[in-house]
Design a protein. Structure first.
Length: 141
């Protein structure tokens, strides 16, 4: 399949980036990712979402976490994340927690990609696309 270039548009101070439709791949074991992120396993299911490998332009593991506190306390183990990435065929790990603050922001996120030397990226469009695609396919957005 020939990949299309990513298109970006700006309108009224809003920047949009079009990505290919989300392709949901594999569910990843909650116990494995909980260990790799040092979070309780019971904090990994939100709105019937489970850690899921999703592809748009790139393939990332999307990890729902219950509560911003859980998101903030996660401490990624680089070796375990690299092993999981190799096993399940993804690049980065995009963790998110839904937030309710009366604004247009729906989630707080953190991104880890130790396989290419990114300990943490505070804002990555390559992972935001798969997250929104997953939420759309699951009828959450």
């Amino acid at each position: 399949m020939k990949e299309k270039p990513v298109s970006i548009s700006i309108s009224n101070d809003v920047i949009s980036m079009a990505q290919q439709p989300a392709n949901i791949k594999t569910i990843v074991s909650s116990s494995e990712i909980a260990e790799a992120l040092s979070v309780p396993e019971d904090k990994l299911q939100v709105k019937n979402l489970k850690p899921t490998v999703v592809k748009t332009e790139v393939v990332h593991l999307i990890v729902p976490l219950e509560g911003v506190e859980t998101l903030n306390m996660s401490k990624p183990d680089k070796v375990l994340l690299k092993n999981l990435a190799n096993t399940y065929g993804f690049q980065g790990v995009y963790c998110f927690s839904f937030i309710k603050n009366g604004m247009d922001i729906i989630a707080k996120t953190r991104f880890f990609n130790p396989g290419i030397g990114i300990d943490e990226d505070p804002a990555t469009g390559s992972a935001a696309g798969p997250l929104i695609g997953l939420l759309h396919k699951k009828d959450i957005l």
